[in-house]
Design a binder for this molecule. Structure first.
Ligand SMILES: *Cc1c(COP(=O)(O)O)cnc(C)c1O
Length: 429
């Protein structure tokens, strides 16, 4: 196998910077996902991220499978997206008033996602989900929200209860009183819960492929059955497609599974790396938002021209069927290769995936829900992570989060990654 990356010298500058940043920014990270607490060691500081490669401050280069946690579906800093942003950048960063690009981006996203008649643009996935839940409560006049154990829906009070961060201090006890948690992939549990509290439930909020208890692709009947139950009890079905959207399929997981939610949330891959969120659904539901309806949601930076330009270009690029074909081919090459290595050697590791969303799951058995995910061997993952890091491959510093591949990863890079993974597994077991 040709050497794609030269093995690493050192990461001394990163170590120093992480110590210095820790004095000014809690834990040295502006988002706790980025810490190396689980895998050990200090964080790596990056200077450049282009295509499938990232470059650290010590001059090391990596093939990247973090994908910035989702956005880099077309690779980092896709030249067409950068150019689209640069074109509008010089005419202003923010207007605080409507611009034509909002119309163009709204057209693009509503064309790509058939369940969206109307959309609101916000600035992050957290904002999108938080707003969609408020809208569901406003529309139904009900308070309770059903979520699934081990889900992640951003860091708002209303949605934190489902995640492994549910123990966060600072969330009022009252918030969780209106939250009902059900086991993921368990349609019977959802049915019994709705049979009891259905009349009070504003919405069922779900990741159509779970991405924070490693990757869990649900059983075929789970989402379709959930759709029927929501209709029966008058609860809105909200798909949190912040991670799956514009990654597993152009029309999201809903397009792949052919299940129509009432509201959908997007973020991450939607604007090719620009900070964005969006939520949408039918005109009837969306028109409950102010200024026409009575549900409030706002944002100074929402719909800013630079983000809109990045988003328009992203959807334009992704709408070329060849792009998703390549993305899915590369994903299949990588996941297929990993599965071959594991099967041949009987390694206790799983590679759950739906197209370009995948997990490297250090578990002897498939993970179907949160309690299964607690059996993931975090120590083995840490060894794997650091072995790959030294060889020039960057993964999420977490055994329970999804990894990402892009449409610009080359077959050579994937072959290289597979050979490094094979030696890493050999070292671990
Ligand atoms: C990342 C993520 C969020 C939060 O999005 P942010 O942009 O980080 O606020 C919400 N839901 C899911 C499923 C996510 O993966």
């Amino acid at each position: 196998m040709a050497q794609v990356i030269t093995a690493h010298k050192e990461t001394r500058t990163s170590k120093r910077l992480s110590e210095e940043l820790s004095r000014l920014v809690p834990g040295g990270v502006n988002s706790p996902f980025r810490t190396f607490d689980e895998v050990g060691g200090h964080t790596i500081f990056f200077r450049k991220a282009l295509g499938s490669r990232i470059y650290d401050v010590d001059g090391n280069e990596y093939v990247d499978y973090l994908g910035a946690w989702g956005p880099a579906v077309l690779g980092y800093a896709h030249p067409d997206i950068v150019m689209a942003c640069q074109r509008v950048l010089k005419d202003g960063l923010v207007f605080g008033a409507p611009c034509e690009l909002e119309l163009e981006f709204a057209r693009a996203i509503t064309n790509a996602i058939p369940t969206l008649e109307q959309v609101r643009f916000v600035n992050s996935g957290t904002e999108a989900v938080m707003s969609a839940v408020r809208l569901a409560r406003g529309v139904t006049g009900r308070d309770k929200v059903i979520m699934f154990e081990g889900g992640y829906h951003g860091h708002s009070d209303a949605t934190l209860a489902s995640s492994k961060h549910a123990s966060s201090k600072g969330v009022p006890a009252g918030t969780s009183n209106d939250t009902i948690l059900v086991e993921y992939n368990n349609l019977e549990a959802l049915a019994s819960e709705l049979a009891v509290s259905g009349e009070q439930v504003a919405c069922v909020l779900v990741e159509p492929v779970a991405g924070s208890m490693n990757v869990v692709v649900p059983d075929r009947t789970f989402l379709a059955g959930m759709r029927e139950l929501c209709t029966k009890y008058g609860a809105l079905l909200i798909f949190d497609e912040v991670l799956t959207g514009f990654r597993v399929h152009l029309a999201g997981a809903q397009g792949h599974f052919n299940v129509s939610p009432d509201l959908t949330c997007f973020g991450k891959a939607l604007a090719g790396g620009m900070p964005v969120g969006a939520y949408g659904g039918s005109a009837a539901i969306m028109s409950e938002l102010q200024p026409i309806g009575k549900v409030y949601q706002a944002g100074t930076f929402s719909g800013n021209p630079v983000t809109m330009a990045g988003g328009i270009e992203t959807i334009r690029l992704l709408s070329n069927p060849a792009v998703f074909e390549t993305l899915n081919e590369r994903s299949a090459q990588f996941i297929g290769g990993l599965k071959n290595i594991a099967t041949k050697n009987g390694y206790p590791v799983q590679f759950p995936n739906l197209n370009a969303m995948f997990g490297i799951c250090f578990s002897a058995d498939p993970v179907r829900n949160y309690s299964d995910s607690l059996k993931i061997d975090s120590a083995a993952y840490a060894k794997f992570f650091h072995y790959l890091l030294r060889e020039g491959i960057y993964l999420p510093p977490s055994s329970v989060d999804a990894a990402c591949i892009s449409a610009v990863h080359t077959t050579e890079e994937i072959e290289f990654t597979l050979s490094v993974c094979a030696s890493a597994f050999e070292k671990i077991w």
